[in-house]
Design a protein around this ligand. Structure first.
Ligand code: 0A1
Ligand code: ZN
Length: 850
């Protein structure tokens, strides 16, 4: 029997309905008496009427709370409660609200609010988790100063702000900076700290700590270095200084996302902070550095200036992603970072923007805000800021940011505020630019050329296809960076920014001696799909813009694979020759050359085929990719050992850009070599590996050539007690296998005793790997779809957030043939029919089905 009440259509919230809260909060005092099944939370809050708000009933959010008592100005009251919160008659002037609730962190498996992970208490309040801790106006525009007393038997008791006192079984914290409830945090546990220190630009000494479970102390040093580097960078580049006495980071094993920027007490998924050379890959190190920076940078872009409402999420996320990208570019290689970002954008954001889940960078409605922590809000949000910076220039960008911090410090701001800062500081009208925030969909830009009497003309046409709820789109302001190359490959026109503002517009370049070759959208200056009939082999050979040189090769790779898929053509020799030339150029960064060797993903090829009106066949895409890899291995059999040799690292392991670039090139070469020698060299690399980067890439190569079983068993024995390494073991054997073997392995792994499916990292290790394995997931039998669905249905009762997020594996379903679409539809309908389906999953699946 279905529970009818749980299946009623969830309420939709609209941006246009925003209304300020009727009260302001002077201060909040919270006392926690921690207990796994009966934590008591006592709150004392001074409310005063908000003169700027419309009159309204007093409503506090509250979910899954057991109300023990409530008082107003010392008098007991009996509020009306329902599943969403509490209503109460309150005095017309200021009053003191006191309330006690009981909650059970032990049985909180949604990992939202106060929950337990490996015996430790921790919280996750963004976006709307605080309402599972106590009754409160849980909305980002209500900001208050918090004082928190934590009582519990654990030796370490943490909250936001500065430590005011502690004793046996208690600690008291005070955060002087007004903050919204989503930035509240509390941690209690048997933790050990890796300490650090930082002196700020004005000479203040800050105590730093990374708190971990005993046994993980050896994996904190890198995170601490990254934190210190971030603090320094934000002072030097943005003039932002840290503002508390202490900065704490805590590692938690059960976490739905990467990390959380709670004021002064960042909580991290342990996979995003713990690192050691033996257990982490170079990629893990780089990601950890970026996430630590991201969370730290939120202290200003997110915490000191927060969002008025959740529709403005990109205000903090787009800007903070943009800032962490600048940080990585400064510390490592800017071109490599740009290419990595575009790979992610094309793999994650473009499919979202071109499918049923498309939404604007600033959405206008939602049912469950947790479903909008998306690649569009984060990554496209950052691209929009990049475009703004390109349009106004570096200096004007810095000035605008100074004004933003000066004008809005302490505010809960909006995108309008953000845009106004740029308008006021540059004098530019940004009305049209703002469309990037309100229109969904990836723009397509078509480039055509004309050449006459020394004048070269580029005509650019923009078009953005319809997306859910938005049938027609107005033109965007698109900054297109263009350079021109002469016939001998020399640059005859340095990079210029063309501002495309019309649906169609022409730009002329006069006085040229010969017809040039145009390098368009250099550095991926705008997040668009470009179609330009250009001599890509020439750009691969000569482009001075490293991004476009790489992208020329990607374009050739796509053309080559499409021809192999659709006509059975042989691999394109001209492209492979051009690529070989780049690979042999030792003046180029090894990391860059390794990226040159990467092929476009199967999913991207499927999208390109779909864009051309051809229904993608996952089996054919897999077969063509496999044929191309073998052909490249054969063709380059002399070059590969040379690259492997050049890439050898003899110095002690360091996860810096230089060494990791070499290892990446070495791994690319080794992958191809393993296709020639049946895995002999990979076995030797695996046996002698003294770091995880090497060990894991060798293991992947062995699995791919069908020689992985012994190595997998050995790896398991070596690492079975390290949960983060075991996540890699689970994921890799699916990701590196041939399609049918990948499905067999995925099915078997879900029965493995170490498959702790309630842990989001382990769940994602298996199902993330399956969903990313294009040919396995889209196997014509439908096995991949059914397996994922079985487990999504199982997980939904425990953890709606992770379930909903993983449903996006189905978002591209309309690209495929009728048979596959029917198989997917059955699964999506099975999810919809589940009893008590969560609001999160229900919203995602209905949008995908719509
Ligand atoms: N603000 C965090 C991301 C985050 C969002 C939601 C969470 O739980 C539902 C957790 C973290 C960031 O951008 O890093
Ligand atoms: Zn963020």
């Amino acid at each position: 029997m279905k529970d009818a009440s749980a299946q009623t259509t969830p309420e939709t919230i609209y941006l246009k309905d925003y209304k300020a809260f009727g009260w302001q909060i002077e201060d909040v005092h919270l006392t926690f008496k921690l207990s796994p099944d009966a934590t008591r939370v006592v709150s004392k809050i001074h409310f005063a009427p908000n003169p700027d708000a419309p009159e309204q009933e007093f409503f506090l959010h509250g979910e899954e709370l057991n109300l023990i008592r409530a008082r107003i100005d010392g008098e007991a009251v009996t509020p009306e409660t329902d599943a969403r919160g509490l209503r109460c008659k309150v005095p017309s002037g200021p009053f003191l609200w006191e309330c006690e609730v009981e909650i059970a962190p032990e049985s909180n498996t949604a990992l939202e609010g106060l929950y337990m992970s490996g015996g430790m208490y921790c919280t996750q309040c963004e976006a709307e988790g605080f309402r599972k801790i106590t009754y409160y106006p849980d909305r980002p525009d209500v900001m208050a100063v918090f004082t928190v007393r934590v009582e519990g038997e654990m030796p370490v008791l943490l909250s936001n702000g500065n430590l005011k006192g502690k004793g046996d079984g208690w600690a008291e914290w005070h955060d002087p900076w007004p903050k919204p409830a989503y930035l509240f945090a509390l941690v209690g546990g048997e933790l050990v700290n890796h300490p650090g220190a930082f002196k700020t630009m004005s000479g203040k000494d800050i105590e730093l700590n990374i708190w971990v479970r005993p046994g993980d102390e050896g994996k904190c040093a890198f995170g601490m270095e990254a934190l210190i580097a971030s603090m320094k960078w934000d002072e030097e580049v943005y003039g932002r200084e840290y503002d508390l006495d202490t900065f704490n980071i805590v590692a938690v094993d059960d976490f739905n996302m990467g990390a959380m920027e709670n004021k002064g007490l960042n909580i991290f998924n342990s996979s995003c902070v713990l690192a050691s050379p033996e257990t982490s890959t170079d990629g893990n190190f780089e990601r950890i550095e970026a996430i630590i920076a991201h969370e730290y940078f939120h202290n200003w872009t997110g915490n000191r200036i927060t969002c008025r409402d959740w529709f403005q999420l990109c205000l903090k996320e787009g800007l903070t992603v943009f800032r962490d990208g600048q940080f990585t570019s400064d510390l490592r290689s800017a071109p490599v970072k740009r290419i990595d970002d575009v790979i992610t954008l094309r793999a994650r954001q473009f499919p979202e923007d071109q499918g049923p889940l498309a939404h604007p960078v600033r959405p206008e409605s939602f049912q469950e805000i947790n479903n909008f922590y998306t690649a569009t809000v984060y990554e496209k949000g950052a691209e929009v800021i990049g475009m703004l910076k390109t349009l106004v220039g570096d200096e004007a960008y810095s000035k605008a940011l100074d004004l933003y911090f000066e004008r809005h410090d302490g505010d809960a701001a909006t995108i309008e505020d953000w845009i106004k800062v740029f308008e006021d500081s540059t004098g530019r009208d940004l009305t049209q630019f703002k469309r990037w925030y309100s229109q969904a969909g990836t723009p397509f830009v078509e480039v055509s050329e004309a050449w006459e009497d020394g004048t070269f003309t580029l005509t650019l046409k923009q078009h953005t296809p319809p997306s859910p709820g938005q049938e027609s789109k107005a033109p965007y302001v698109i900054p297109i960076a263009v350079g021109l190359l002469g016939p001998n490959g020399d640059e005859v026109l340095e990079t210029q920014i063309l501002e495309l503002t019309e649906a169609e517009q022409s730009f002329s370049f006069e006085g040229l001696a010969a017809r040039p070759v145009a390098s368009v959208n250099r550095g991926f200056s705008a997040p668009v799909v470009l179609s330009h009939d250009v001599d890509r082999a020439f750009l691969l050979a000569h482009d001075t813009d490293p991004f476009n040189r790489w992208d020329a090769s990607q374009g050739l790779a796509k053309e080559c694979l499409l021809a192999m898929i659709t006509t059975g053509a042989e691999p394109d020799a001209i492209w492979l020759d051009g690529l070989e030339h780049v690979l042999r150029d030792q003046t180029l960064d090894p990391a860059y050359r390794s990226l040159m060797l990467d092929l476009p993903s199967a999913s991207e090829l499927a999208q390109v085929l779909a864009d051309q009106g051809v229904t993608p066949d996952p089996e054919a895409i897999w077969a063509a990719g496999d044929r191309l890899v073998k052909a490249r291995a054969e063709r380059w059999k002399d070059l590969l050992p040379e690259l492997a040799k050049e890439a050898e690292v003899t110095a002690p392991y360091k996860p810096d850009a230089e060494q990791s670039g070499k290892r990446a090139l070495g791994a690319s070469a080794a992958t191809l070599i393993s296709r020639l020698d049946g895995g002999k060299a990979a076995q030797a690399r695996f046996d002698s590996a003294d770091n995880m980067t090497l060990q894991l890439s060798a293991l992947g190569n062995l699995i791919r050539v069908g020689q992985g079983d012994a190595a997998l068993a050995k790896f398991y024995e070596q690492w079975k007690d390290d949960r983060l390494v075991m996540d890699k073991w689970f994921g890799l054997q699916i990701g590196a296998s041939e399609p049918e073997a990948a499905l067999d392995r995925a099915e078997a792994l879900t029965q493995h005793p170490d498959f702790d499916w309630t842990n989001p990292n382990r769940f994602r290790a298996v199902f993330g790997a399956l969903a990313m394995h294009h040919a396995a997931f889209h196997h014509k039998s439908g096995r991949g779809y059914a397996l994922l669905t079985d487990w999504l249905i199982k997980l939904d009762d425990k953890n709606p957030q992770t379930t909903a997020r993983m449903c996006s594996a189905f978002q591209t379903w309309k690209r495929y043939d009728a048979g596959r679409q029917a198989l997917i539809q059955v699964q999506l309908e099975r999810i919809m029919a589940k009893d008590n389906l969560s609001r999160d999953t229900s919203e995602m699946v209905s949008r995908i089905l719509a």
